[in-house]
Design a protein. Structure first.
Lengths: 308, 453
């Protein structure tokens, strides 16, 4: 090859490399958004806008109150040993590993620690929506049986539900120190000495439960959900539940949650009718005032066995 | 002669060609230097797709739903509409900011570094304070992944979770957003023991502009996370959604739905803004009363020493019997937890300590590395014998760490200590560096030590 050709070749290469280098896009950069769409959002959120928040959505008027009772059970067998939290390696004289199981069933397949909650709009304090019994406890301190306790380095509730406005007592019934790290919108990390208690007063509603952990004992785990309405329940040892004084005459979007299958899509059978639910969501048709609805929810064991 | 002739021509051509190349290069470089762009939080998208609880290491082998390019672009459009771009920041109105941040200050902190020479302007700079002083570590997006990030230990803060460690606002047992005064304290003092320097050289107005911009980046990052979660929830709905075949957050091309969809965005943005803006005034630092007389006496130090080992304070559990920070060493901070997964199939290596007892296997996913997620490191309890306190070495700083905790980390706040007890712990902690570390104190011989009574 002639020397000139080589020189020119090299010289040509330089700008090519330059321009190639420039074309390399940054990974994940926002890239080609449509400016008309961007402007549409910007126009709706102009800084001078005086509105304090979203326009109030007109809600249907409930006709009264109804009650929902029922049971959540699992058909098929679950390899529950898969869901034992990992080994205790600290404070062994106090901490137990025996019941630290994330899926707890009774002999009839009743699922404990299932959470069922109303996932629609609610008017707190409005007599048509918020039953007097609930109004009375709107600012209560959840103490005694309602407290959130830990014993033998196990959170005694695997899921705890509460309302914005309420205060949750977090107890430590152990002889070692614990702390409760609460990773919610109102986050906290509270040291709790042996036999002591602390208060947790969240300020925001959560759309799903958040994790609770103990930094001193990393195998400990539980969940708390904070709602702006009282329409929730956690299943008992036999899988049974009750939600009293649910507004009647309105459709009820509901959500089911369990820590092992918190967001999966699954088939569940509600009162004999099988339906697919996504992220635990399903809708109950409007109830009649004074009605006592019995709700049987059946989940196939596969949903658990396929989960982590 | 032929050669000489040729050389002459070549020399001429060479100069021309060189000039041409320079012009081409500079044109090329100028022509294709796109304006700076915020990076999509792809790592969070992955975390939401793979993990039912992003704060835990459990990770599915395959996600049930993956966000499509159309759905991610939709989120980016909403986000840019709310917050603008790195060169042209914007603030959303009608969601409770109430003047908490100043758009004028944001524009001084944002953009490329340009100097106006205008003495009447806020800083003499037209724009670019953040990129000049902060972006090389914290990144243009505030993702803690600037060019130098991976070489630093600890890594620079990723603002996008909206969580900050060192502040005087945390009180009453819950974490609050830092106040602007907290940010200013960090800018003035830096963070000892880290790569975060003091920015005392900046003027007050310059620091104010940077503080507004960092809060802006945090709000933007938090909003992005909330939008990604909402987009994922929409994408994951079983079956068809009326009028939303692509299952996107905002149906821009559909007049029937677009205003409702945008209205729904307000409900996502407001919970992000309100804890920061607090009605426009921002959060307020708590008032800590002066330490009682004799707080640093020998008796107080001795009381603090006892508390250190008692379950009421429980300090030894993480900081170790000797305060060397060798107690609970196998934990992670919130920023790291999000990117940990325990499906061994994707592993390319473990974190710096290899296997850690009592924690499920955790792995650094190759895919996350490509998204700019830095290699996970354990969070270490502070070695209290070094006398190096990241949140500040004033007694009041130690007092606040003990009673308020450190957000995003395993360090809890203690709301049950009396003031006098808390100050005695401050005294003990501050006495530790002056003990002879070569012969660490054995546990004192009062009842309960070791059995943690």
């Amino acid at each position: 090859m002639k020397t000139t050709t080589k020189i020119f070749g090299l010289l040509l290469l330089v700008p090519m490399v330059c321009s190639l280098g420039c074309q390399r896009g940054l990974p994940g950069s926002v890239g080609d958004v449509e400016s008309s769409n961007v402007q549409e959002v910007a126009g709706n959120f102009e800084l001078q806008a005086t509105a304090g928040g979203a326009a109030e959505v007109a809600l249907p008027e409930p006709t009264g109150f109804a009650n929902i009772t029922g049971k959540i059970s699992v058909v098929g067998s679950i390899a529950t040993e898969k869901f034992v939290n990992y080994a205790v390696n600290k404070d062994e004289n106090v901490c137990s590993n025996e019941t630290n199981v994330r899926v707890q069933l009774d002999g009839n397949g009743g699922l404990q620690w299932g959470l069922l909650f109303y996932d629609g709009p609610f008017k707190s304090g409005d007599a048509a929506w918020d039953h007097a019994d609930y109004v009375a406890t709107a600012n209560a301190t959840l103490d005694g049986d309602l407290a959130f306790d830990q014993k033998a380095c196990i959170f005694l509730s695997r899921i705890k539900a509460m309302r914005v406005g309420q205060t949750l007592k977090i107890l430590n019934s152990d002889s070692v120190g614990h702390n409760a790290k609460l990773d919610g919108l109102t986050s906290a990390n509270l040291q709790i000495g042996a036999g002591a208690d602390v208060d947790y007063k969240p300020g925001f509603q959560e759309s799903k439960p958040f994790g609770v952990s103990c930094s001193a004992h990393p195998w400990m785990g539980s969940y708390i959900i904070v709602r702006d309405n009282p329409l929730y329940t956690v299943t008992g040892e036999d899988g049974s539940f009750e939600i009293r004084n649910v507004p009647s005459g309105i459709a009820l979007p509901m959500k089911f949650w369990h820590e092992v299958i918190p967001s999966g899509s699954m088939q569940i059978t509600i009162n004999g009718e099988t339906q697919a639910v996504s992220r635990g969501g399903f809708e109950l048709p409007a109830l009649e005032a004074g009605q006592d609805l019995n709700l049987e929810i059946v989940i196939n064991a596969d949903a658990f066995n396929n989960a982590l | 002669m032929k050669l000489q002739n040729k050389t002459t021509i070549s020399g001429h051509q060479l100069s021309l060609a060189l000039a041409g190349v320079l012009v081409a290069c500079s044109l090329g470089l100028t022509g294709c230097s796109d304006p700076a762009a915020f990076q999509v939080n792809e790592a969070y998208i992955r975390a939401v797709e793979f993990k039912s609880d992003v704060t835990k290491p459990l990770m599915a082998e395959t996600p049930e739903t993956e966000l499509s390019d159309v759905q991610i672009k939709n989120v980016s459009e909403v986000l840019e509409g709310l917050y603008g771009t790195p060169d042209n920041p914007n603030l959303p109105g009608g969601v409770g900011l109430n003047g908490f941040l100043s758009l004028r200050k944001l524009k001084v902190a944002a953009g490329p570094v340009t100097y106006s020479g205008d003495k009447d302007s806020l800083t003499g700079l037209e724009s670019g304070l953040y990129r000049r002083h902060c972006a090389h570590c914290h990144g243009v997006t505030g993702d803690g992944h600037g060019p130098t990030a991976q070489f630093l230990n600890p890594y620079p803060r990723d603002y996008r979770m909206g969580q900050f460690k060192f502040k005087l606002t945390d009180a009453d047992g819950t974490f609050k957003k830092p106040s602007k005064a907290d940010f200013d304290h960090i800018l003035m003092e830096g963070i000892p023991g880290t790569a975060m320097p003091s920015f005392r050289v900046l003027s007050g107005p310059e620091r104010e502009a940077i503080i507004d911009y960092v809060i802006y980046l945090a709000m933007r990052g938090q909003t992005e996370r909330a939008l990604i979660q909402a987009a994922y929830d929409t994408a994951n709905v079983n079956g068809e959604i009326d009028g939303n075949s692509e299952k996107i957050l905002v149906r821009f091309n559909d007049d029937q739905y677009v205003s409702d969809d945008i209205e729904a965005i307000k409900e996502i943005v407001q919970p992000v803004i309100l804890p920061w803006a607090n009605g426009g005034n921002g959060t307020v630092q708590r008032t800590i009363e002066d330490a009682p007389a004799g707080w640093d006496s020998d008796e107080s130090v001795e009381q603090g020493r006892k508390l250190f080992f008692q379950s009421k304070a429980n300090c030894f559990s993480c900081h170790g019997q000797t305060g060397l920070g060798d107690g609970q060493t196998n934990l992670f901070d919130n920023w790291t937890l999000e990117h940990l997964g325990n499906e061994p199939g994707d592993a390319v290596g473990s974190a710096d300590d290899g296997e850690i007892a009592g924690i499920p296997e955790y792995f650094y996913h190759n895919e996350l590395a490509q998204m700019g997620v830095v290699k996970p490191r354990n969070i270490r309890p502070r070695n209290l014998r070094l006398g190096n306190y990241r949140g500040g070495r004033r007694p009041i700083d130690i007092y606040q760490r003990i009673t308020g905790g450190i957000e995003g980390t395993p360090m809890p706040g203690n709301t049950k200590l009396t003031q006098q007890e808390a100050w005695s712990l401050v005294a003990y902690v501050m006495s530790l560096p002056y003990e002879a570390t070569s012969r660490p104190k054995t546990a004192p011989s009062f009842q309960g030590v070791g059995t943690n009574k």
